[in-house]
Design a binder for this molecule. Sequence first.
Ligand code: NAD
Length: 263
Amino acid sequence: MPERTLAGRRALISGAASGIGYAVALALAERGARVVVADLRGDAAQVAADQIAASTGAEVRAVQEDAAVEDHVRHAIAETARLFGGLDILVSNAGRQHVAMIEDFPVDTFRAIVDLMLVGPFLALKHALPLMRAQGHGRILHMASINGLVGFAGKAAYNSAKHGLVGLTKVAALECAADGITVNAICPGYVDTPLVRGQLEDLARTRGVSLERVLEEVIYPLVPQRRLLDPREVAEYAAFLCSDAAAGVTGQAVVIDGGYLAQ
Ligand code: NAD
C-alpha cells in the first residue's frame, strides 16, 4: 500500500465506474482519502465503490450522476459534502468519444460531447469552488488529453472540448490561486481502457484486421514507447497532484503519453 498522503481528504470523481476514473478513485482511496465514485451508470458506480472499499478499507460511496447536467453535478457535490463533511478533491473525468470527419459529424453529437467534457467541468467548478474557498483548501483535476494540446483528424468534438478544458483549467487556477486551491489538467496519450479498446475494435472491424494489427500499424507508430499506458500510471500522477506536496503546481496541463508529444 502507498503512503497515506491523502488521509482524511474527501474526493469526488466523475466517470469513476471504469477506466482512468476507476484507477484514480482506487489510488486516492489507497492513500487514505474518502471517495465518492460518480458515474452515469449508477449500478456500475456501486460495484466500483464496493470493490475499492473492499481492497483498500477506505470509505467509498457511489452516486449516479450525468456529469453534463447541472442538477446532477450540484447533487453529487452536495452529497459528497453531506457524507464526508466537505470536499477537498474534485476530479472531472467523465468522457466519451465520437470519430467522424467534420462534414459527417452530427451536430447533436458535437454539442453533447462539448456539454459533457467542457460545460460539465465548468459546472463542477461553479458548485465546488465555494466549498473549497470556505475551507481554504482544494485540489481540482481535469482529465484532458494530448488531444487538448494537438489536433487529431476525425475528433472535432473531443479536441474542441479538451482544448477548451485546458483553457478552463488555466482560468480556474488563476481565479483561486490565492485560496489554497490548485487546478490542473492531466493530458494522457493512449491508455488501455474500455473507451480506447472500443475505438480499436471499431478500427479493426472497419479494416477487417485483428486488434493487434491495429495496434502495430496505427497506434504504435505514434507512440515511441510502443505501448498503451496503464490507467494506474495516470492515477499515480493524479494522486501526486492531489497531495500537499503538489501545492505549488497549478494551472498546468501535465502530459503522460509514452513520448507521443516529444516528436
Ligand atoms: P471509459 O469509457 O473507460 O470510462 C468513462 C466513464 O465515464 C464510464 O464509466 C462512463 O459510464 C462514464 N460516463 C460516460 N458519460 C457520462 C456522463 N454523461 N456522466 C457521468 N459519467 C459518464 O473511459 P476512459 O478512457 O477511462 O476515459 C476517462 C477520461 O479520460 C475521459 O475524459 C477521456 O477523454 C480521458 N482520456 C482517456 C484516454 C484514453 O486513452 N483512454 C486518453 C486521454 C484522455
